[in-house]
Design a protein. Structure first.
Length: 270
């Protein structure tokens, strides 16, 4: 299903969305009272939620910069991109490669309106309102085919989005499909909210499912996230707390607690 077929109904501002909660936790302004209340409740359960959101955003910035500089990747597809930030994927990539191309993907109608207005600034950047649970439809979309060179490697980003995918939609299967479709030398970036404590995973999952009316998957264990990397060659330093993934300095290496963290890494397509 692509951005031409998804229904264009107005958002229900009384139901919090993941994108707007994330915007609130990152200090943005594009959220409503529902997101503020839900975020405050989340912070009572996991007080480090705001800090983890900030570190996850910094991880995204480092990953894009590293892939562009060290692997020479010039094509990026950001699955579940969320609301525009101060520094977005195409801006980071284009500082390294001025002609880098980026496709943003999200099915949230508010994200789509902001994305089309603020991210599609030139012919090298596109926004698709599409469902990441249908990876083949995303990769076969005419805008992706038009923008990307199929002979060049692609960086497929799944940063802090797979925990929004229910088990029945098979998050690891989504990654497997994407990895099988990308040319050799491509990269897949995954980060995911995890907890080593089963009660935390269950309480937060139940809370988020109820508040978002089912628009949530599950907080998972480290082992479950590691299985998503099965078809990939994992790059140094492995699958880690994202704070420890090639930090800009030792001062930036503020690894969080196993009680609540963003866990991830980068895998290369063989």
């Amino acid at each position: 299903m692509d951005d031409d077929t998804l229904p264009l109904s107005p958002p229900d501002v009384g139901v919090p969305t993941i994108a707007r909660m994330d915007n609130y936790l990152l200090g943005g302004k594009d959220h409503y009272e529902a997101e503020r209340q839900a975020s405050h409740r989340l912070l009572t359960m996991v007080p480090t939620a705001r800090t983890v959101a900030v570190h996850r955003r910094r991880f995204l910035e480092r990953v894009v910069r590293t892939l562009a500089r060290e692997l020479g990747i010039r094509q990026f597809i950001d699955h579940g991109c969320g609301l525009p930030a101060l520094d977005n994927v195409h801006e980071i990539a284009q500082r390294v490669h001025p002609h880098a191309r980026t496709v943003y993907v999200d099915d949230d109608p508010v994200v789509a309106s902001y994305g089309q207005a603020y991210l599609e600034r030139d012919e090298r950047t596109a926004f698709l309102r599409a469902d990441i649970r249908e990876p083949a439809a995303v990769l076969d979309h005419p805008r992706v085919r038009e923008l990307f060179d199929p002979r060049e490697p692609v960086a497929a980003l799944f940063v802090s989005v797979l925990h929004c995918v229910p088990d029945q939609d098979d998050p690891a299967g989504i990654i497997g499909t994407v990895a099988s479709r990308l040319p050799s030398g491509s990269a897949v970036v995954i980060s995911h909210l995890v907890s080593d404590e089963e009660d935390v995973r269950e309480r937060v999952t139940d809370f988020m499912r109820r508040r978002t009316r089912g628009s949530w998957g599950r907080v998972r264990s480290r082992q479950e996230v590691e299985r998503c990397f099965a078809p990939l060659e994992i790059l140094h330093p492995g699958v880690v707390d994202v704070c420890a993934w090639r930090p800009d300095s030792e001062l930036a290496r503020v690894v969080g607690s196993g009680r609540w963290m963003e866990y991830g890494g980068v895998g290369r397509v063989r």
